[in-house]
Design a protein. Structure first.
Length: 73
């Protein structure tokens, strides 16, 4: 994703048929084209707000993958 492109905000009453959605505290927030983009956005969010629950939702397989900060040594 280039710097000039913004992720697509989704409508609250429908889930897109494809892509990856950022799920924050039980609500879908933003759609991304790739799981990597969604995971990176989720990790940045968790760094600033470690208490929030963040996951990436795969719209095709309908699965949620939690985003956790990795321990860096």
């Amino acid at each position: 994703m280039s710097d000039s492109q913004r992720p697509e905000n989704i409508k609250a009453n429908r889930i897109p048929p494809d892509g990856f959605l950022l799920w924050v505290d039980g609500k879908f927030k933003t759609r991304y084209e790739t799981a990597e983009e969604a995971t990176n956005a989720g990790e940045k969010l968790k760094m600033n707000f470690p208490v929030v629950q963040v996951a990436v939702f795969d719209a095709i397989t309908k699965t949620l993958t939690p985003v956790e900060l990795s321990e860096k040594t």
